[in-house]
Design a protein around this ligand. Structure first.
Ligand code: NDP
Length: 323
């Protein structure tokens, strides 16, 4: 079995930052990139709020730069996911704390593990989303927007992601509907302003999607306009693409038997440190969580990067026996 001092799962800002710090600390970290190498920022366009980039930076580019930086200090970055995770505290023959299996079958014994698995896009849960997946239904505007040039699309959601996606699509598509369930947007003021100013974005406030229709792909959506129980109105819109931007759920499934999570699946850590708690509320020595998998509040790249840094420092101190 392969033995590593520090295993990092995930390759978003948290995972790569942890890898940079852990490799500079001489921990020779092994990082598994996961299903979406580079994480959520690879599905965005410009990142305008990461300090140090006055003109903004392309999300993909930023993640490639972080990867490059981690490689420069000797991180062992591998493709693929970890498919099994367990504690070894009941097996005295093993010296590491954790046993992990990669999807290619590689078995690893790790003394410390940093969980940086991020979060994945949510869907509404409609049967039609499954039916038309890849045929007009998508949760990544920057991945698939290109296919909707001069067409009509809808984006669901009222947060920053929805506004960003609507704006991105407005430069490609003929028309963009923004379907918002509340009578207002939740997005930051600057994003709201840009959406309000875009001539080809029509905001449908207080609308919910109840189904999609079309022969060989999405041709339209059935919506309900609802102010209250007494005031409901069915509306159909003709669209070629249906984009979800209603938030994300944490990728914590692999760890759920071992670690404590909140009601939404976010991994629980100490309030001021990234040390993961077990179901009784005790710290699991050597196990850390960083980034969106543990952050239901801020969900920002800069916050994820900072928590990846903290996790690597904790791992280093744990291995040095100082904590
Ligand atoms: P948010 O949780 O902020 O917003 C989700 C949106 O989807 C809300 O408008 C919510 O409605 C709506 N929604 C949720 N579930 C449903 C549903 N079942 N049906 C219809 N609508 C639904 O997620 P985001 O992904 O937009 O943003 C996450 C974080 O990332 C935020 O902190 C945001 O600021 C940040 N971000 C920053 C960016 C930037 O600065 N460039 C870009 C993108 C994200 P409701 O309001 O009614 O709950």
């Amino acid at each position: 079995m392969e033995q590593v001092k520090c295993l990092i799962i995930g390759s978003g800002p948290a995972g790569y930052t942890a890898a940079i710090y852990a490799s500079r600390a001489g921990l020779k970290p092994v990082l598994y990139s996961g299903l979406q190498p580079g994480g959520q920022l690879t599905t965005t366009t410009e990142v305008e709020n990461f300090p140090g980039y006055p003109q903004g930076v392309d999300g993909n580019q930023m993640m490639m730069d972080l990867r490059e930086q981690a490689l420069r200090f000797g991180s062992d970055i591998r493709d693929g996911s970890i498919s099994r995770f367990s504690l070894t505290q009941n097996n005295p023959e093993l010296s590491g704390n954790f046993i992990l299996t990669a999807e290619n079958g590689t078995e690893i014994e790790a003394q410390t593990v940093i969980i940086a698995t991020g979060a994945s896009a949510k869907y509404l849960g409609l049967a039609d989303e499954e039916k038309y997946r890849g045929m007009g239904v998508c949760a990544c505007a920057t991945c698939d927007g290109f296919f909707y040039r001069k067409r009509t699309v809808a984006v669901v959601g009222g947060g920053d992601t929805a506004c960003e996606d609507a704006l991105y699509l407005s430069h490609l598509a003929k028309k963009v509907y923004l379907i918002v369930r509340k009578p207002y947007l939740r997005a930051s003021k600057v994003m709201q302003q840009r959406v309000f100013e875009a001539e080809n974005i029509e905001i449908l406030f207080e609308h919910n999607t109840i189904g999609l229709f079309g022969e060989d792909g999405v041709e339209g959506a059935h919506l309900v306009k609802r102010k209250d129980e007494a005031d409901e109105q069915m509306v159909d819109i003709a669209i070629d693409g249906f984009f979800l931007a209603i938030g994300h759920h944490p990728n914590s499934e692999l760890f759920k038997d071992v670690v404590a999570t909140d009601d939404n699946g976010f991994i629980k850590t100490l309030a001021d440190r990234p040390c993961v708690l077990d179901k009784e509320g005790n710290v699991i020595p050597g196990l850390y969580a960083a980034g969106d998998v543990t952050d239901p509040v801020y969900r920002q790249a800069i916050v994820a990067a900072a928590s990846g840094c903290k996790a690597a420092i904790e791992a280093e101190r744990h291995l040095a026996g100082t904590m």
